[in-house]
Write a protein of this length. Structure first.
Length: 258
C-alpha cells in the first residue's frame, strides 16, 4: 500500500475541540487536507468561521460550531450538528485545554475545578459521547486525546495542569482497553513545548529561553511537528495502536527522566 492510501481519510468525519487557534486549528487543517470532513468546535465562532473558509478554499469540507467543552448539553448539540452536516463522527480530537500558573498553596478551588474540568473531565465526556454514537452507528473510529509531557513529569507552578494531563494519559489507557475490541481506538499525543497563544509570552521570555536549552532538539515544537503523529493515530496506518501515548517533544522528557 502506498503512503497516500495508508493515511487517506476520505469518507471520515472528524470533530476537533479547541479548533479556533493553535494546535487545534492545525489539527483541523491537516485532517481536512487529508480528506476528512471536519467539525470545528470552540467558543470563538468568528475564528472558526475564518478557519472554515480557509479549509473550504483549499478544497476541504468543514462546519463551524460554537460550543464550550464544559457544557455537556452544548457538546451533545455539537455532535448533532456535525452528524447533520456530514454523518457520524468517527474521529474525535480532544484538544481543548486551559493553562494556569501559581503556587499550589494559593490555588483557589474554582481554579482547580476550571483546569481539571476543561483538561480532563471534558476529555472523558467528549470521548464517551463520541464512542456511544460510533457504537450506535456500528462504525469504527479513532479518538485522540491531547495530553502533555507534563503528564509524564512535573514542573513547579502548574499543579492542576500536570495532574489533569497525567489523568488524560491514564484515561487513554482505560478507554483504549475498553473500546478497542469494538473497533474504536483511543490514543493520546503528549506534545512538548509548542508556542501557542496560551504560552507565547512565557516561551518568548528569559524563562522560556532556559526551557529551550533543556530540549535536546534545541528548539520548541513548530507547525507540522505533530502532523505525523496525528495522521498515524487517526488513519489505517495506526489501526493496531490502542491505549498508547505518543510523545512528541524533541527529546525533552527523555532528558528529564534520564
Amino acid at each position: 500500500m502506498q503512503a497516500g492510501e495508508l493515511f487517506d481519510l476520505k469518507g471520515r468525519v472528524a470533530l476537533v475541540t479547541g479548533a479556533s487557534s493553535g494546535l487545534g486549528a492545525r489539527f483541523a487543517t491537516v485532517l481536512a487536507s487529508n480528506g476528512a470532513a471536519v467539525a470545528l468546535v470552540a467558543r470563538r465562532l468568528d475564528r472558526l468561521t475564518a478557519l472554515k473558509k480557509k479549509i473550504e478554499a483549499a478544497g476541504g469540507k468543514a462546519v463551524a460550531i460554537e460550543a464550550d467543552v464544559l457544557d455537556r448539553t452544548a457538546m451533545a448539540r455539537a455532535f448533532d450538528q456535525a452528524e447533520k452536516a456530514f454523518g457520524t463522527v468517527t474521529i474525535l480530537i480532544n484538544n481543548a485545554g486551559v493553562a494556569h500558573s501559581g503556587r499550589a498553596v494559593d490555588m483557589p478551588p474554582e481554579e482547580w475545578r476550571r483546569v481539571l474540568g476543561t483538561n480532563l473531565d471534558a476529555v472523558f465526556f467528549n470521548a464517551q459521547e463520541a464512542a456511544r454514537r460510533m457504537l450506535a452507528a456500528k462504525k469504527p473510529g479513532a479518538i485522540v486525546n491531547i495530553a502533555s509531557v507534563l503528564g509524564l513529569g512535573v514542573a513547579k507552578g502548574v499543579v492542576a495542569y500536570t495532574t489533569a494531563k497525567a489523568g488524560v494519559i491514564q484515561l487513554t489507557k482505560a478507554l483504549g482497553l475498553e473500546l478497542a475490541f469494538k473497533g474504536i481506538r483511543v490514543n493520546a499525543i503528549a506534545p512538548g513545548w509548542f508556542v501557542t497563544e496560551l504560552n507565547d509570552d512565557y516561551l518568548n521570555s528569559e524563562a522560556g529561553a532556559a526551557v529551550k536549552r533543556e530540549i535536546p532538539a534545541g528548539r520548541f515544537g513548530e507547525d507540522g511537528d505533530l502532523d505525523g503523529a496525528l495522521l498515524l493515530l487517526v488513519s489505517d496506518a495506526g489501526r493496531y495502536i490502542a491505549g498508547a501515548t505518543l510523545v512528541v517533544d524533541g527529546g525533552q522528557s527523555v532528558a528529564l527522566r534520564g
